[in-house]
Ligand binder design. Structure first.
Ligand code: FDA
Length: 308
């Protein structure tokens, strides 16, 4: 209930103005976002690398309203990839991209524009010596995102996809995307989805996650197990062993600022672990989804407001 209110609020311009306007919000946001600048993102990558972790950088932004804004986000990613290359960090960080930020939802030729912008980012990633993963947004965008993924993979077979276990279609998508070399990040799903297309009870989402883990681990691709849930992590380690995969033939992923001890513990155990590091000024939608995932985060936020 609280979660669906927060997810609705994540799309409301009025609530956005109010939340962003609280001076105290910034302190709470800092727990989940590495900073506003490219320098802060680079600092976060270096710190993670020192602890044996890799990163995927998200230049925050979504629901772009015009082509100029989409181009600016593309250019920001291209510049970021150049910075990573020059800093010698291309083996420590890739980038995660939201196609809605690149223009996907624009009414005229949005998909074409997003594809062109994503292609430019892939070209820059290839030149820098790293990779790109396409984040997955709400269910109405999936077919378009997968079409763009397949197009990009013609030239850049290393482009990663994200699949969400909460969606009923996902086991089929996992089977389609489990081929050799296919990088697939499996998540539970962070968007408010209707029951016609999604499991709405957490135990069903979790059971679907475990089935999808098995499909991906048994396939020929590179599974990226993105969850903070100890049960999902254990299921993935088990499925990897059953499929004869050694650490490094799959990876675990978690979000910046969430279960940081567990992130380092997995790396110490010899697992490959990648942290999703968001940075930039457009943090509102990302922040609200993190609040929606966990009521304790809302309490933390409210305590900060009251205590100011
Ligand atoms: P679950 O929500 O069951 O949480 C398990 C435990 O993790 C909790 O009990 C708590 O301890 C901790 N935890 C989880 N969320 C927390 C939070 N916000 N704050 C504090 N603790 C928290 N989604 C999507 O739809 N499209 C995408 O492209 C991505 N990309 C992505 C990348 C990566 C690397 C990760 C880790 C996640 C995503 N997600 C995503 C988000 C994902 O769909 C999901 O909403 C969150 O990962 C939370 O689900 P868990 O699997 O962690 O389990």
């Amino acid at each position: 209930m609280l979660s669906s209110i927060l997810l609705k609020a994540s799309r409301s311009p009025g609530v956005r103005r109010a939340v962003v306007g609280f001076p105290v919000t910034r302190r709470v946001v800092d727990r989940f976002v590495a900073g506003e600048s490219v320098e802060s993102a680079v600092r976060a990558v270096r710190a993670l690398r020192a602890d044996g972790l890799t990163a995927t950088l998200d230049h925050l932004g979504e629901d772009t309203r015009d082509a100029t804004q989409a181009t600016a986000i593309r250019d920001a990613y291209v510049d970021l990839l150049g910075v990573l290359h020059r800093a010698g960090l291309a083996d420590a960080a890739e980038v995660s991209v939201k196609l809605s930020a690149l223009g996907q939802s624009l009414p005229v030729q949005g998909e074409k524009l997003a594809l062109e912008n994503a292609r430019a980012i892939c070209e820059a990633a290839e030149a820098a010596g790293t990779t790109v993963t396409l984040d997955m947004e709400d269910h109405t965008t999936i077919d378009s995102t997968l079409r763009i993924l397949y197009e990009l993979r013609q030239d850049y077979p290393w482009v990663g996809a994200v699949l969400q276990s909460m969606l009923r279609r996902t086991p089929d998508d996992c089977r389609d995307l489990a081929g050799p070399g296919s990088r697939v990040r499996l998540v539970k799903g962070a968007y408010a989805e209707p029951a016609e297309v999604a499991h709405t009870h957490k135990p069903d989402v979790d059971a679907a996650y475990e089935s999808c883990v098995e499909i991906l681990m048994a396939g020929g691709g590179y599974p990226m197990i993105a969850s903070h849930d100890p049960r999902m992590i254990e299921a993935a380690a088990h499925a990897a062993k059953a499929a004869g995969r050694a650490p490094g033939e799959y990876e675990f992923q978690m979000l910046y600022g969430i279960r940081t001890d567990a992130q380092r513990e997995l790396a110490r155990e010899g697992e490959r672990v990648r942290i999703y590091v968001p940075f930039g000024t457009d943090w509102y939608g990302y922040f609200m989804r993190r609040l929606a995932e966990r009521p304790a985060n809302v309490a933390f936020f409210l305590r900060a407001l009251i205590g100011r």
